[in-house]
Design a protein around this ligand. Sequence first.
Ligand code: FE2
Ligand code: FE2
Length: 539
Amino acid sequence: MSDAAEVSRRNVLITGGVAAAAAPLLRGHRTGPALILRPETVAAPPPEQVHVQFGADAASQVAVSWAAAAAAARPRVRLGDAEHGFGRYEEAEERVYTEALTGEIVYTYHARLGFLAPDTEYVYEVLHDGAPPVAGTFRTGPRGRSRGFRFTSFGDQSIPAPVGLGLGPATANAGYIVDAVDALDPLFHLMNGDLCYANISDVPVATWASFFTNNMRSARYRPWMPTAGNHENEVANGPQGYLAYQTRFELPDNGSAQFRGNWYAFTVGPVRVLALNNDDVCLQDGGFSSYRRDHVPGYQANGDNPYITGYSQGLQRAWLEAELALARTSPEIDWIVVCMHQVAMSSAHFNGADLGIRQQFLPLFDAYGVDLVVAGHEHHFERTFPVRGVLPGSTVLTPAPRGSDPAEIDTRDGTVHMIIGGGGHSTPTPLSDFDVPHDGVLIVGVGPGSPQAQHPTITVTEPAPWSAYRDLRTPYGFASFDVTPVEHGGTTSITVTHYGAAAGSPGYAPLDQFVMRKPLGPEPRRAERRPERAGSAAR
Ligand SMILES: [Fe+2]
Ligand SMILES: [Fe+2]
């Protein structure tokens, strides 16, 4: 069979019929043999940990990334689609880093594919000379409001089984959740930070490998887009500890070579997604690892410091404001979604929310009408009413709710925040950490600390009228978001469903649902949003 015929046949399987009907065929296709079997030797290191990411324009740009145990010869991607066959090769860039703890060299490869057709299924092979290929597929995003789609999100996943000394978290649910997400066939998935907790492991490279190998059964078929949490801060791997994260992912350009990948944006249909790195603005000392302190060679002599608050010196915030201004005035964008790690509100005595986020980011979310924030860090599920501004008289910038209907929300009134931190960590937020009655918990500062001793957090409680729903009993879960770009009557909506599972259970059931809906077109309240909050943003 010719390559073109092979691609064409597979795409008939993949694209024929509605998504629901195609899913079993697609799944069968995934478990089948690689696209092209070659008789070559397997002496060379094979591609592993394959995953895809959207570029800045999801309708036309996708990156394929992978790792190898040693330097690969001629790393490249062979791309095909039903119309053109396997006519296209794209060379991959090699990016390498050395793990400061162990001295291991990690080889990663990234092939950037541009000029793709929107809303189109592609097949690809990852190739090294002398190694068997690894096949995958992806679908590009729709253009504009042409078609609805689904995305999913969770944070704080960890890995499915312990590695090394077992210092980092690992649960069966960290594996089960991959299948649960994949079964919903999302166009893409958002990972809200604390990906695999490599920073507290004695074997960080193996931890990353376990993470990508676990997620690969979904992430090589659909983008799993990350944001960096405090546990991506692996002190001594680069100036802020993010070198592994930055090297392993190929993310849209943010204009800064130094901070590439730490924050970025991409567009899918009428949705603009902004991924942020909250360690830049948080007051808490979240990246500290006593294992790295005690075992990274030269930790003290080199002045390594995991407390990185303010590291971008305002660069990220300036980028965010420019991006928000662009998105909010774009006639193409109806929804602005922020993906970040630490939270602006929480009603659990777990980590707590962080005042730094309220000072630096929330005024911008208010000024430019961010619709939705997805986060993690707190290892449970909670969501807010739309919030904008602060409660009168609040000294800690407690966000003010602008609605009281937990089921249907008009995000012209404010931003909905979601904590989706039940990805799989072995310590979910315990029931005893929730206040009754329902208070908010906020980190307002830190006590003395140093690179050798974590700064203790200083917390206060506050009223929590912003809290619309929290799940105290279901430790693990994720959310799905069904985007309907155009509805009868001239509205657009996103239907949100939270799926939860018991510890040790692969059964994820829908437990909570709400709808965000607003009219299409210019937002009548937009002008009202700007002045008062933009001025307070510099606090
Ligand atoms: Fe976490
Ligand atoms: Fe965290």
